[in-house]
Design a protein around this ligand. Structure first.
Ligand SMILES: Nc1nc2c(ncn2[C@@H]2O[C@H](COP(=O)(O)OP(=O)(O)OP(=O)(O)O)[C@@H](O)[C@H]2O)c(=O)[nH]1
Ligand SMILES: [Mg+2]
Length: 399
C-alpha cells in the first residue's frame, strides 16, 4: 500500500497538486479506474451485439441485396458482401418440373407400351390413340406412326429405344424451323445498340402476354439494354397498371395513354419515344383478342401497319403468346394470327399447368414458325429461351 501511496504522491506533485496522499485517495482513484474500465468493456460488448444484428438483417438476402445502393455508407458494405442469393432450381429443373404433367400423362404412358418384346396390331392401335391425344396434331401423329411401325415391331425395341426414336423424329421435324429464331430476342447484342428493335406481342385473352413482356423486359434490361414498352391494351386501365408494375421492376420506360385511347396511336407514340431516346427495344403489349373476331384482328393489323410510318422494317418481331392448355385449338389460333400479321415467333406459356405442351410440336411443323420462348411459371426465372434439345429431353424425360 505504501509504494502505491508513494507513486500517487509523486504523480500529484508532478501535476502541481500539492496535497498529502492517504489510503482513502488510493481507494478513490482505484474506483475511478474501475468505472472507466467497465464502461470501456460495455462499449466493446455493444459493438459485438450490433454486428450480430447486422448479420441477421442480411439473412432475407435477395431484396436487401438489391435495395442497398453502391453509394451506401462504408459500414454497410460488409453486409452486402456476406449476402448470398438463395439458390433456386436451375432452368433445366424448372423446365422438367413444368413439363412433368405432359411428360408423365402422355409421353410416359406411351413409353411403357414398349417392352422390347415386339408389338402386335392391338398395341399399335393403343399407341395411335395416345399419339392423337398428345395434341401434336393429326398430320404429324400419322407420320410418326408410319415411321414407328416397322421399328417398334423389332425385338429389343423397349422404352428407351422408343424415347430415343421419338426424340430423333421430333428433332428432325422442328430443327430447321427452330434455326430461324432471331438471337437478339435472347441476348442483347451491343453491336446493335440504339437500333430500335420492335417486338409486337399478340394473343388471345389471358394467354400471358403482359406477364411475358414483363419477364422479357427484365431479361433485356438486366443485360444492359434500354427498353421502351408501349401499353397498347387500352381497353382496361388495370391492364396498363399491371404492365406499369412490371416495367418499374424491370427498369423499362413505359408509354401509356388514357383508357379507351386508340391502341395504334399508343404503339406509334411508343416507337417514336424509343427512336428519339435510341432505345434498343420497343416492346408493344396488345389487348387480348379472339382470333375469330374479324374487327379486332383488323384493328391489330392497323396497329402493325402504322409502325411502318416511323420505320418501314418495323415491327421486326411479331410474337404470338399461346397458353399451353389450349391444346389443338392453338393451331387454329396460330393460323389466324399468322394470316393477319405474318408471325415471326411463338411463346408457349403455362406449360407447367398443362399436359398438352406437345401442341407446340404440331404448330411449328404446320406453320414453320419457330418457338422463341417457353414459360413454365409466373416468375421471371420461369421464362427462358426455347432450346429444342432441352425441351425434348424434358418432355420425354430423357437425360
Ligand atoms: N402458371 C403460369 N402462369 C402464367 C404463366 N404465364 C403467365 N401466367 C399467368 O397467367 C395470367 C394471365 O397473364 P397475363 O400476362 O395477364 O395475360 P394477358 O395475355 O396479358 O391477358 P389479357 O391482357 O387479359 O389478354 C396471370 O395470372 C399470369 O401470372 C406461366 O408460364 N405459368
Ligand atoms: Mg395483358
Amino acid at each position: 500500500m505504501n509504494s502505491i501511496i508513494n507513486i500517487l504522491q509523486s504523480l500529484y506533485d508532478s501535476a502541481g497538486y500539492y496535497t498529502n496522499v492517504n489510503e482513502g485517495d488510493v481507494y478513490g482513484v482505484s474506483l475511478v479506474f474501475l468505472i472507466i474500465a467497465l464502461s470501456f468493456y460495455q462499449l466493446l460488448d455493444k459493438g459485438e451485439v450490433r454486428e450480430q444484428e447486422v448479420t441477421k438483417v442480411a439473412e432475407p438476402t435477395e431484396q436487401v441485396a438489391e435495395k442497398v445502393s453502391p453509394e451506401a455508407p462504408a459500414v454497410v458494405t460488409p453486409v452486402v458482401e456476406v449476402v448470398k442469393k438463395p439458390e433456386g432450381p436451375t432452368w433445366k429443373e424448372r423446365l422438367k418440373k413444368g413439363l412433368s404433367r405432359s411428360s408423365s400423362e402422355v409421353w410416359g404412358k406411351l413409353g411403357h407400351i414398349f417392352t422390347g418384346k415386339g408389338l402386335d396390331d392391338d398395341t399399335l392401335e393403343e399407341v395411335e390413340e395416345l399419339l392423337y391425344g398428345a395434341d401434336i396434331g393429326p398430320t404429324i401423329a400419322t407420320e410418326l406412326i408410319e415411321s414407328l411401325e416397322n421399328e417398334a415391331k423389332k425385338d429389343g425395341f423397349g422404352q428407351n429405344e422408343f424415347k430415343n426414336f421419338l426424340k430423333g423424329f421430333l428433332h428432325q421435324k422442328m430443327d430447321e424451323t427452330q434455326s430461324h429464331v432471331d438471337p437478339d430476342l435472347y441476348e442483347f447484342n451491343e453491336a446493335n445498340k440504339g437500333k430500335t428493335k420492335v417486338i409486337m406481342v399478340v394473343g388471345v385473352n389471358g394467354a400471358g402476354k403482359t406477364t411475358t413482356i414483363g419477364k422479357l423486359a427484365t431479361k433485356l434490361t438486366n443485360q444492359g439494354a434500354k427498353v421502351v414498352v408501349g401499353a397498347c391494351d387500352t381497353f382496361r386501365a388495370a391492364a396498363v397498371d399491371q404492365l406499369a408494375v412490371w416495367c418499374e421492376r424491370a427498369g423499362a420506360e413505359m408509354v401509356r395513354a388514357k383508357e379507351g385511347a386508340n391502341p395504334s396511336g399508343v404503339g406509334y407514340d411508343a416507337l417514336q419515344a424509343a427512336i428519339n431516346t435510341k432505345a434498343d427495344y420497343c416492346i408493344l403489349d396488345t389487348a387480348g383478342r379472339l382470333h375469330t373476331k374479324g374487327n379486332l384482328m383488323d384493328e391489330l393489323k392497323k396497329s402493325h401497319d402504322v409502325l411502318k410510318k416511323l420505320d418501314d422494317t418495323a415491327p421486326h418481331q411479331k410474337l404470338l403468346v399461346i397458353d399451353a392448355i389450349t391444346g389443338q385449338n392453338a393451331i387454329r389460333q396460330a393460323e389466324e394470327f399468322n394470316n393477319t400479321l405474318g408471325l415471326t415467333g411463338l411463346i408457349f406459356t403455362k406449360c407447367d399447368g398443362s399436359s398438352k405442351a406437345g401442341a407446340a410440336i404440331g404448330i411449328v411443323d404446320k406453320l414453320k414458325v419457330p418457338i422463341a420462348y417457353i414459360g413454365v411459371g409466373e416468375h421471371v426465372e420461369d421464362l427462358n429461351v426455347f432450346k429444342l434439345d432441352e425441351y425434348l429431353d424434358a418432355l420425354l424425360d430423357l437425360d
